[in-house]
Design a protein around this ligand. Structure first.
Ligand code: V07
Length: 243
């Protein structure tokens, strides 16, 4: 069990907004001659662990990349399994998340998912909407270029219908149209799985974030690995502060 007081005593810096690209699930499973889906299932269990750890540590925003707009190109069988996982996760976890005061939020275009999934997610959003604890952003059918494009189109439309004046378009107004609304930027981005790319994930929100790439595959990620990343983040901040 993770002791929040221990962490505070050790002077570890806690990011306000942590983002994670949950990569390496398929490769993790292939190591054991199992199907990629087996890796996705194991990866889902780490979502549960890391949400709990983040909430205990006092992280305010946690953004997880679960399914990109590009992921539709994967084999149908894998896509179907990932869609099933949405239901499995919510059926098993939503009550627990709610009891822990977690507020769910989705980044990406919800209405392009299958109807069952949309319904389940909408119920979960409604259930947790007044919660005041950790804000859990799940990026589903999400791509950052798409997010930026939608924000621009929305503003053009708002000008066109007379809802806003074109001169009232400020940087702030633009950022507020993004799927993260008025949430703060990401402080720390962690990418397990060995790749060293952003892969179209929260490009605007990561403008100033510290980035940690680790070879650990997502199903092997743990509370302990998270603390190690926070230690590295703390060291980087200290160096920066010393200049
Ligand atoms: C997915 C597990 C994590 C590793 C990456 C791919 C597989 C949780 C969700 C989820 C959570 C809340 C919610 C909707 C979905 C999820 C997908 C894949 C598509 F409201 N894990 N997880 N969704 N994986």
């Amino acid at each position: 069990m993770l002791d929040k007081d221990e962490i505070l005593k050790e002077n570890i810096r806690i990011p306000n907004h942590l983002a994670i690209i949950m990569d390496g699930n398929g490769r993790w499973a292939t190591q054991f001659n199992k199907s990629r889906s087996f890796g996705h299932y194991e990866g889902m269990k780490r979502v549960i662990d890391i949400v709990k750890a983040s909430s205990d540590i006092g992280i305010k925003y946690l953004s997880l990349y679960a399914f990109s707009t590009e992921n539709w190109k994967r084999p149908l069988e894998e896509v179907s399994y990932l869609m099933d996982l949405i239901l499995v996760f919510l059926n098993k976890q939503i009550k627990h998340l709610h009891e822990n005061n977690v507020k769910l939020n989705i980044l990406g275009i919800l209405n392009q998912l299958p109807p069952k999934q949309i319904k389940k997610i909408e119920e979960a959003l409604k259930l947790t909407e007044n919660n005041t604890g950790l804000i859990l952003n799940i990026a589903l059918n999400y791509g950052s270029k798409d997010e930026i494009f939608r924000a621009v189109k929305k503003m053009i439309n708002d000008v066109w219908i007379g809802a806003i004046d074109k001169d009232s378009i400020t940087e702030e107004l633009f950022y507020n149209q993004l799927d993260t609304g008025n949430m703060p930027d990401v402080d720390l981005l962690i990418r397990p799985g060995g790749e060293k790319r952003l892969s179209n994930f929260m490009l605007v929100q990561n403008a100033y974030s510290e980035i940690i790439f680790t070879d650990v595959l997502w199903p092997d990620f743990s509370e302990k690995k998270l603390i190690q990343c926070l230690e590295e983040y703390t060291l980087r901040e200290r160096r920066f502060g010393g200049l």
